[in-house]
Design a protein around this ligand. Structure first.
Ligand code: ADP
Length: 398
């Protein structure tokens, strides 16, 4: 038997029936190389003794090339120093800072490229010798996915702030237009009165002040008009989008949110979802808002019963329906009508704008946003979107 590195066969005794459970070195090698994670074995001085195929791929070395070398060769120098200190400390005091505990470290590829890995270290005695076995999982993709989710969340927050601002600006513009027109009209009336009574020349300062009031009122009205145009131009963004892709993009974020609130998020999307004409960011914002509300609604539900279903299917030839179903208390009878009005909220830190904005987005897309309480528990909010553009104007007839 090959005891190249002093491996002893593992023996297991079965009192009932004796079966041969010894591992030959060849079997052990096969096992090592079948592992998906990288596996390295070192001695107590931190010298590499073995490296499986996955680790070879991960670090770009052949096992034979680096046998006997210090483990530092595959680690970022700072982490290697830290690792060395931990191991010395462990060997001196027996204090487990990394043995048996997974830890994130920066590994180094032969090319010098550094990448994050999860490193778990186990310990084994082989005769009098001590061996450390490191299990290494490459975290590069996981990190990238996390960064992407974070980036999306920031983008979404930004878009949501913009839309909220746009909506509020439009509402404010509408409210402010009337008093501004009144100011302009009263000013003009005052100027006329002064003129009629021949006072305009007698009090030139008053006349000039009234002129200025008029100019400034018009200026304010223009600013407001620009804000309204801006809010309107946000609504105009429409592009053909695959609804599956659109939903897929928000899923990492939704899952993160669900996980953080111990909610089981289940997604079922019909295979052939059609293309819709939509502003992707706005529709994503609507869906995220419904998901968030569903999660919030289950706050008082025991964690094991928190389940949120996101579904989408073709409603009929021209409409697609997306639903978000929770298992919370449902919408109370007296809240049913207020839900979609701005500033309606039952949450301590709620703004009450989510559903109001979401409905205005749905309507601007030629769709609808509504809800019903489920027969058993919770509420279902649904968004219906048209699958093709409505004809703009009937140009064929006069
Ligand atoms: P906010 O979340 O800031 O309160 P929204 O406009 O998104 O603003 O929601 C308004 C209100 O509608 C919530 O405060 C809540 O009372 C109610 N609501 C929304 N979604 C649900 C739901 N899934 N179940 C029960 N009530 C809901």
């Amino acid at each position: 038997m090959d005891t190249r590195h002093g491996y002893q066969p593992l023996k297991m005794e079965d009192p009932g029936q004796r079966i041969d459970t010894e591992f030959s070195a060849a079997e052990f090698d096969a096992l090592l190389n079948a592992a998906v994670d990288g596996i390295i074995v070192t001695d107590r001085q931190g010298r590499l003794l073995r490296m499986n195929a996955a680790a070879e791929r991960m670090f770009g070395y052949q096992e034979t090339e680096i046998t006997g070398q210090a483990i530092d060769i595959i680690m970022n120098p700072r982490d290697a120093r830290q690792h060395g200190r931990y191991m010395d400390n462990y060997l001196r005091t027996g204090e487990r800072k990394i043995i048996g505990i997974g830890r994130e470290v920066v590994a180094r590829h032969r090319s010098g490229r550094e990448f994050p890995v999860d490193l778990a270290i186990g310990e084994a005695s082989v005769g009098d010798e001590m061996r450390f076995v490191g299990l290494i999982r490459d975290l590069t993709e996981q990190k990238l996915a996390e960064e992407e989710a974070l980036r999306q969340r920031e983008q979404m927050n930004h878009a949501s702030r913009l839309t909220t601002m746009g909506e509020m600006a439009a509402a404010m513009a509408h409210e402010l237009n009337q008093p501004l027109s009144a100011i302009a009209n009263y000013t003009a009336a005052c100027q006329r009165l002064l003129q009629q009574e021949g006072q305009a020349q007698a009090s030139p300062d008053v006349d000039r002040a009234l002129d200025q009031i008029s100019v400034q009122a018009h200026r304010a009205a223009e600013i407001i008009q620009r804000i309204r145009d801006f809010a309107r131009s946000r609504e105009a963004a429409r592009e053909p989008i695959d609804l599956r892709d659109l939903i897929a993009q928000i899923l990492p974020l939704a899952r993160m949110d669900a996980r953080a609130h111990h909610t089981d998020l289940r997604v079922r999307l019909e295979k052939d979802l059609p293309v819709v004409m939509a502003d992707p960011i706005q529709i994503q914002q609507v869906l995220l808002n419904l998901i968030r509300n569903g999660i919030d609604a289950m706050e008082a539900v025991p964690a094991r019963d928190r389940r949120l279903d996101l579904r989408a299917w073709l409603e009929d030839a021209e409409h697609v329906r997306v639903t978000v179903t929770d298992r919370g208390p449902g919408v109370p009878e007296d809240a049913k009508d207020g839900l979609f009005t701005p500033f309606f909220t039952t949450k301590a830190s709620g703004m009450g704008l989510g559903l109001a904005i979401s409905r205005s987005i749905a309507t601007a897309h030629g769709g609808t946003l509504s809800h019903f309480n489920n027969p058993v528990a919770g509420a279902t909010f649904y968004l219906i979107l048209p699958t093709k553009i409505e004809p703009e104007e009937d140009e064929g007839h006069d």
